[in-house]
Every structure is written in C-alpha cells, then in structure tokens.
Write a new protein. Structure first.
Length: 332
C-alpha cells in the first residue's frame, strides 16, 4: 500500500463522516486548500518540487474542494494534493483525529514489555505512549530502549544514568526499533555521549536557502566502548538521523532491518477550517551525503525478527548485537 492510500485509510477510519457543507464552511475549506498549496509552493526545500507540476495540481484539485459535500471530502482532496509530493511528513488532521488517534500498534521488545507506559503530549501532536527501559544484560552489556523521542526532561536524565551504569560494561545497545522519531534535537543530545571530537557533524537539514547542521560535541566523559543500535521498519525520523549518522561516523554498528525512510523534519500549523497541517521544513542528508527519505538506514547486520521467536521470548536482534559486542576490544 502506498503512503497516500495508507494515510487516507487511517483518516477515513478516524473521521467517520463530518458535517455537510455550508457556504461559509466551503469558503474555509477553500482557504485551507489555498494555504496548503501556497505553503508547499513557498517553503518546500526543493524550489522545483522534484518536478511536480504544482500549479497543475492546484488547477486539477481545487474545483473538487469547491464541490465537496462534507469536510471529510474536502480533507481527502487536500490530502490527495499532498500525496502528489510522494514524501513523508505531509498530512492533514482534523481535531477529532488528533484528539482520538488510532492506537499505534508497535513492536515492544520482550525485554521491555513490563516497562511503565507514560502518556505524553507535545505541541499540536496527539498523546503518545512513552516507554523507557534500561538494564545491564547478561555478558555485561548495557541496554537502553526508547519508544519515541519525546519528553527530554524525563528521557535524557534516564539515558545518562543508563550510559553511566554501563561504564564498565563490554559495550552498549541502543534499541530504537519501532521508534517513529519525535524531537530532532534529542538525536544530538544522545549522540554527544558517543563521540570524542568536537564539532562532529551528524548530518544536515537542507532548506531552500540554507543548511542547518546537526553537530555533536562530546560530553565531559564520552562513552567510547562498542555501540550497537537496533532498528526496524518502524524506526523513522529522529531514529534514522541518529542511527544513520553514527553509522556513517563508524561509531556504531547497526542491527535489525532497514528503517522506514521517513526522515523529514516537519511542523504542524492550524488551517482556516480548523484542521492541522503537517509539512516538511527541510530534507535531511547524512554527513556522507546519503539522503534518508525514501531510502532509510540499512543495517550492517540484517537480523529479521519472527513471531515464532517472539512467542518464545527470544530476541535475535539483541542476541546478535550482544555477540558482536563480546568480540570487540573496548576502548578504556
């Protein structure tokens, strides 16, 4: 299923059918369509929109908003317009969709299944579930699992404690499987623990007129022992920025399966009709020049995870990372 079809299916389930159209409401939906079109035209990181005939898209779809019989129909047309970009992080959400999001069915490592679940809200985003789990694994390997990059006031102190607890361990595992991303700056906050040179570039946000670099600067006592990062098809955005960047720097070895390839930084704004509009503010390119959007991060060691193994409470991805760490000669 392509991105547009998936997004549309989710939106349809969430909204049901919203109110029929009045002249005033139609005007608000048209103003929203125009605002979305103009925002993409003016702020998309690629002035040529990767070859998309954007004026042609407007001329084709705007009449459909004029003829829409309900808010849901108008929203679907605007979402269809955004789908022509074929990029992640472009979407329209009603208040109902934000207030009552579809529960995210995600993978939780067996080792972290009993961790405390905290409901967290950030900005215009709906509430999400945050899980954090840390322990020292058998064979003396540090482990930290994070379900989403959010609530840094809680997460970053716990991450520091986890790293400090693994100072005498053979190495450290950072588990970002099914982590959809979140606050981009947290990638730098975590990455700072694993580098020794100042001004180490993780990658850059490519905007239309400028580039904003993600730069790492070491903590006073950086962690120099072997680092493994776990990813899968549900790892996106900030997860990909951190995993891909540390892989390029040859600071981490990546285990699991290829990540989602949905790595665009984005904002959410309110539209005239009350819906929320998510749009990308930049492209993201790693320091080696690799574009993550659509490509994702490819593991150094591909390790599939099967339902049969999970039912046995086995996690071959963690096992592979532990095995690799045990063969390394950690720096002191």
């Amino acid at each position: 299923m392509n991105r547009f079809a998936w997004t549309l299916a989710v939106l349809t389930l969430l909204t049901g059918c919203r109110s029929s159209m009045t002249d005033a409401r139609r005007a608000q939906n048209l103003a929203s369509f125009d605002y979305v079109w103009e925002t993409v035209q003016d702020k998309h990181y690629d002035a040529k929109l990767n070859g998309v005939d954007w004026p042609g898209v407007r001329d084709e779809l705007r009449p459909k908003v004029e003829k829409a019989r309900s808010d849901d129909d108008a929203q679907k047309v605007i979402q269809e317009m955004l789908s022509r970009l074929n990029l992640s992080h472009y979407a329209i959400y009603s208040d109902a969709q934000l207030a009552h999001p579809t529960p995210r069915k995600g993978f939780v490592p067996p080792i972290a299944k009993d961790s405390v679940v905290e409901r967290v809200k950030f900005g215009n985003l709906p509430e999400v579930s945050l899980r954090v789990h840390s322990e020292i694994l058998p064979e003396n390997v540090g482990y930290f699992y994070l379900s989403i990059f959010i609530n840094p006031i809680k997460v970053m102190p716990e991450f520091r404690k986890s790293v400090d607890a693994a100072r005498d361990a053979k190495g450290f595992i950072l588990d970002l499987r099914h982590n959809p991303g979140g606050i981009g700056g947290m990638a730098m906050g975590m990455g700072n623990y694993f580098v020794t040179d100042p001004d180490t570039k993780l990658g850059g946000m490519i905007q239309r007129a400028s580039t904003l670099s993600f730069v790492l600067n070491p903590q006073a006592d950086p962690y120099t022992r072997p680092l493994a990062i776990l990813i899968d098809e549900g790892s996106a955005s900030t997860s990909e920025i951190l995993a891909g960047g540390l892989k390029d720097l040859k600071r981490a070895r990546i285990f699991g399966t290829r990540s989602a390839g949905m790595a665009l930084p984005s904002l959410i704004e309110k539209l005239p009709n009350g819906d929320s509009f998510q749009f990308a503010t930049a492209d993201y390119v790693s320091d080696s020049g690799k574009r993550l959007e659509g490509a994702g991060v490819t593991p150094d060691e591909t390790v599939p995870l099967t339902r049969q193994l999970l039912e046995q409470s086995r996690d071959p991805v963690i096992e592979a990372a532990r095995k690799w760490i045990s063969t390394q000669s950690p720096a002191k």
